[in-house]
Design a protein around this ligand. Structure first.
Ligand code: SAM
Length: 241
């Protein structure tokens, strides 16, 4: 997969080259390029923002700079999917990550200040699929952290990136539930013991126990997830929990 990120703070994205994603880049599973938006400015101050029409606080990112940058970065036979982080966007979920992981090219446009002139998004949408997406109901200073969140969520789903692909299949949200608790050695730590069933070697009992804990945790922490589960996602035992 190829990912391009446009930002006025390219250094902010450096952590994407560390750890698991860094290895994915080294192994050619992910092709990541971070561009400095200011490379497409033409004035001596390399300015990317201007005051908002209609008045109000803050500044808005200029359409000319973004337009030229996107024309160049999004060029190619097959247009990429353009992802514009915004608190006013549609929620980014594990399902969004799954869909993005099937794309061959993604371009992320990091806004700053009060955001990007809307015409940039409207113009791009005439040539390519564009999503304005939010990573949560709070407001960040800029799009860079939101892009790191999304790139990490997408990249770990790419074939070959995770050492054991089964771990992504068992993660929270994969079956619509939160994952239950996990334990490792020692068996007893600070007088707290690992649940006996996990040490029993009885795979069916372990699977049932894990499913029950996932149901309980989801019920207490995210009842909204349970409410949207399709009927057939719950079996007879689940309903008894
Ligand atoms: N005026 C905008 C609003 O109220 O919707 C907020 C702009 S915010 C200060 C600046 C930039 O941070 C946005 O353009 C976006 O790129 C990013 N951002 C902030 N919160 C975000 C969130 N929850 N999800 C995704 N991106 C976010």
């Amino acid at each position: 997969m190829r990912i391009d990120v446009l930002t006025i703070f390219p250094e902010y994205l450096a952590p994407l080259r560390a750890a698991l994603l860094g290895k994915a880049i080294e192994r050619g599973l992910l092709d990541l390029t971070v561009h400095d938006l200011r490379d497409w400015t033409h004035d001596v101050h390399r300015s990317v923002d201007d005051s908002p029409y209609g008045g109000g606080p803050g500044m808005v990112m200029k359409p000319q700079v973004w337009g030229e940058a996107l024309d160049e970065v999004c060029a190619g036979e097959v247009p990429p999917r353009l992802v514009v982080p915004s608190p006013a966007g549609r929620p980014f979920t594990q399902e969004t990550a799954r869909q993005y992981a099937t794309e061959s090219r993604l371009v992320f446009a990091c806004g700053r200040y009060e955001g990007i002139d809307q015409r940039v998004i409207d113009d791009a949408a005439r040539r390519m699929p564009v999503d304005e997406v939010s990573i949560g109901d709070y407001v960040l200073v800029g799009g860079e952290v939101a892009v790191m969140v999304m790139v990490e969520a997408v990249a770990r789903l790419l074939p070959g990136v995770l050492g054991n692909p089964a771990s992504a299949e068992q993660d929270s949200f994969s079956d619509g539930l939160l994952e239950g608790p996990s334990y490792t050695r020692p068996e007893v730590w600070r007088e707290l013991a690992v649940p006996e069933v996990l040490r029993s070697g009885n795979h069916a009992a372990i699977a049932r126990w894990r499913r029950d804990r996932a149901l309980e945790r989801t019920f207490h922490r995210r009842p909204d997830l349970l409410a949207t589960l399709p009927d057939q996602a719950l079996d007879r035992h689940d309903r008894a929990v």
